[in-house]
Ligand binder design. Sequence first.
Ligand code: AMP
Length: 318
Amino acid sequence: MNKLIPSINSDTRIAIIAHVNPDGDSLGSIMALGLALMKRSNQVNIFLNDELPGRYSFLPEVHLLKKYQSNEFDDFDLCFVLDCGDDRRFGDIDLLVKSKEVINIDHHVSNNGFGDINFVRTDASSTCEIVYSIITEELEIQLDEKIATCLYTGIVTDTGNFRYESTTSYTHKVVAELLDFGVNIQEITFNLYQNNSLNSTKFLGHVLNQMEIYFNGKVAIITIDQDLLKEFDVKYEEVEGIINYARDIEGVEVAVIIKEATTDGEIKISFRSKKNYDVNELAKGFGGGGHKRASGATTKGTLTDVKESLLNKLEKMI
Ligand code: AMP
């Protein structure tokens, strides 16, 4: 088989990055690839500029994650960009400029094909599924329990516990192999789903109570501002997952959460759909992207303006 990734030795300087607001797939994939590449090179840097969300702190070796500061690092031979639909999604363009070869590994339909080497497979369930084949087939590096745990976490979170249509027989074959390396499902389930703070659970109840329903029950919208996060003392990252409750209501086709990301007017929008609507198109209208059934965008403005603009777009779509 022809290899796309240049050969890697102990001196190859490697950077690995993923998108801002990290989720299970981006964290699982950077950690899995990083741990695998460390078996070849002594110069692997796994960068994460956001704070590590608490629920993922169980992932093996996350103490290796470091912040990227352009004045601190020289150039890199290879820069692996994971789970990013475009080269602006991870925030620090400088790293790409400083790298001889940029390797784009992703599964978003909105991926714009940036980079020198491309592993973009829009039919893959997750970036972790692609990373699995890169590690085992392209790089021919042996998996171990830690790598398998990272890959499993990315796959289980991005497939909504194997419920989304992106889940294939191949996904299950990959997972079966990962389990043979000793992945502790019970431990992962506990950390991901059974350890929510009391505050975040009360917050969930509150925002679901405030949820607005439009277009004859087909659209559910939740808005969250910084004051509300402060009032309930929950972190921005703990909002992950709330949107699924809105999407899963009978009759709802599209669910949207509009969040005030910071106090300086940045708004993050998350979109989910069930069967009939392509929310990647909706996200594109706000400069974002993602998948047909799950997408997102970051924009500027007030919650009210963004909601109004969203309702106008939805009116044309629904
Ligand atoms: P989220 O709503 O943040 O969970 O994201 C849902 C999906 O949309 C994920 O696959 C994200 O990678 C993608 N996504 C979220 N925000 C953006 C953005 N600003 N631009 C492109 N894709 C995004």
